[in-house]
Ligand binder design. Sequence first.
Ligand SMILES: C[S@@+](CC[C@H](N)C(=O)[O-])C[C@H]1O[C@@H](n2cnc3c(N)ncnc32)[C@H](O)[C@@H]1O
Length: 286
Amino acid sequence: MARAGTAAPVAVHQMWAAVAGAWGEHADYVDAAADAMTLRMLDLTRPRPGERVLELACGAGGLGLAAAERVGPDGEVLVSDVVPEMVRIAAERAAARGLANVSSRPLDLDAIDQPAAAHDIVLCREGLMFAHDHGGAVAEVARVLRPGGRVAVSVWGPRDANPWLAAVLDSASAELGIPLPPPGVRGPFSLDDGDELAELFRSAGFADVAVQEVAVPRRAGSVGEWWDRTTALAGPLALRLASLPPEAVERIRARAADAVAPYVGAGGAVEFPGLALVASGRLPDA
Ligand SMILES: C[S@@+](CC[C@H](N)C(=O)[O-])C[C@H]1O[C@@H](n2cnc3c(N)ncnc32)[C@H](O)[C@@H]1O
């Protein structure tokens, strides 16, 4: 079972804060790319009119906004992220869609500042792996759910099933001569084992726990488009790249371009495979 990360959580949160603007800029792309995941998570939790939903690690909030349409005007969705700027972007997107049933506030997965049993459903898309203590965060999810409450969480599957992200990390790692993410920092693939993921939820008291694989292919018009977007969104990596001399970044980009060559089509567009794991469960009734 994975142990807690050792990097100071505040430093990791600041890395995500640095890329909040990019998550706002690319929000529609991110939501389109994550569509299969979003639909599976909503199918598994079945939000009903009038229910209360909490979205954790919301980024630009696409999943929470989709849930808001399902719970209707009598329900409510609280979109939250540890980064206040992400929360502001998600709230603005809700307002732009006229979703009056969405509220927002900063919340940390590791210590969810919500009363016990306050929500019918908790959703978290591609966020749990960044919690400092995975087991502690899932216990927090169980605490804020009412008896009978449902959860769906998606995380990235194994590194080699997600070359669109692995190629950037591996190329930077090769150039810098250090593993990325560095030891102690929770990385995007830190919950890529379906059995361990399921056990986290069972240990926290969830029943009917299931982990499903969801194909999440990624497309880009060119290698340059893929590189620019992926490095802009990759929280902990973006700051590290920004601290390097341009020649070093160019060497990393060239290595990454070589690594993704097998996915480039005749017209220059790139089609990557991608794989997410979606864990779901429900608390026993009282
Ligand atoms: C890969 S992004 C996913 C964003 C969004 N859920 C989506 O699918 O588009 C990861 C998000 O997790 C947030 N995050 C990282 N650590 C967190 C923590 N301890 N508590 C809450 N959110 C966290 C980041 O700020 C970022 O918005």
